[in-house]
Ligand binder design. Structure first.
Ligand SMILES: C[S@@+](CC[C@H](N)C(=O)[O-])C[C@H]1O[C@@H](n2cnc3c(N)ncnc32)[C@H](O)[C@@H]1O
Length: 292
């Protein structure tokens, strides 16, 4: 099949504005995130009159499929389209072109006036955002970076003393597995330490390696699982008793390689009920067999 654009690279959509060129797996990610936003805003509207949506790595608001050029909305535009509106939206995008494109695309929404805009690093933006979210508000935060760009300190700032559900893309296959030995273990302190908020993963991996006969190949087969376990334990220290990944959602590229997981955390049992519900119907519209 003819490639329309290069996955991960910027492209131009039919409205003439910049867009993200994506594989089908990215569309599936948007599908699950936007279904959670939908069910969250409707399901909680009678309990929490103030509901806030935060998109920390918002992108330009439109995706173009790499293989056939089909266009779909990104997570921030989908959030504006929920049947029951959030009372406020906070959209963060560091790169200027996608930021401007998102603003243009959001203008057609009658909820445009409820959006606060941050054309800066998400780690800086969270410090502003938390000052604008009243304490008794229920917040849904979407953290969808392309790498390990969001620090654990920033996650703490976002969630401390507030009711925040979050969906966080954890790039276990796409980044952690691929770069562990060369980029992360090789350097004394780096993005992975910052993202996890601990260096304990280094010792955990050293221990794991002892289970295998000494070899020149430093690859640790379960490294990504160990790092994910530590990330979930770290999130638990922020007061999230159950952290889950929606293991039934698989994001694979066209070569069937596993790319990432969506980590979900809520302090409310209702959040887990919603998270389970959105996994029942697959993006294809098919009902999963594993659920009643
Ligand atoms: C995976 S895309 C987001 C996709 C979006 N959720 C969607 O559905 O289309 C990640 C975005 O984060 C932006 N970005 C990268 N580093 C950032 C940072 N430190 N702070 C804020 N935005 C950042 C990139 O420019 C990119 O547009």
């Amino acid at each position: 099949m003819r490639i329309k654009c290069q996955t991960g690279e910027p492209t131009v959509a039919s409205d003439g504005l910049t867009a993200r060129c994506v594989g089908r797996w990215s569309e599936e990610k948007v599908y699950y995130i936007s279904h959670y936003a939908e069910i969250f805003s409707t399901g909680m509207k009678n309990v929490f009159p103030e509901r806030v949506y935060v998109d920390l790595f918002a992108g330009p608001g439109r995706c173009v499929r790499s293989d056939d050029g089909q266009e779909t909305d990104g997570t921030p535009i989908k959030a504006l389209q929920c049947k029951d509106p959030f009372t406020a939206y906070h959209f963060v995008e560091e790169a200027t072109e996608p930021f401007n494109a998102l603003q243009s695309r959001a203008k057609v929404s009658d909820r445009f006036q409820s959006i606060s805009w941050y054309n800066k690093d998400a780690n800086l933006a969270v410090k502003d955002i938390v000052t604008k979210i009243p304490r008794n508000t229920l917040t849904l935060a979407v953290i969808d970076p392309t790498g390990l760009h969001f620090t654990f300190d920033s996650l703490r700032t976002l969630t401390k003393g507030r009711k925040v559900d979050f969906i966080y893309l954890f790039p276990d296959g796409m980044d952690v597995r691929r770069n562990l030995e060369t980029r992360y273990l090789a350097k004394p302190y780096n993005d992975l330490d910052d993202m996890l908020g601990t260096t304990s993963w280094r010792d955990a991996i050293k221990e794991e390696r002892k289970k295998y006969p000494p070899t020149d190949d430093p690859i640790c087969p379960d490294a990504d699982k160990i790092v994910l376990k530590i990330f979930k334990e770290q999130i638990a220290t922020l007061g999230y008793p159950h952290v889950t990944t929606g293991d039934d959602i698989q994001f694979k590229n066209s070569r069937q390689a596993h790319l990432y997981k969506l980590v979900f955390a809520s302090r409310n049992p209702k959040g887990y009920e919603f998270w389970r519900k959105i996994q029942i119907i697959e993006p294809t519209g098919q009902r999963k067999m594993t659920y009643e």
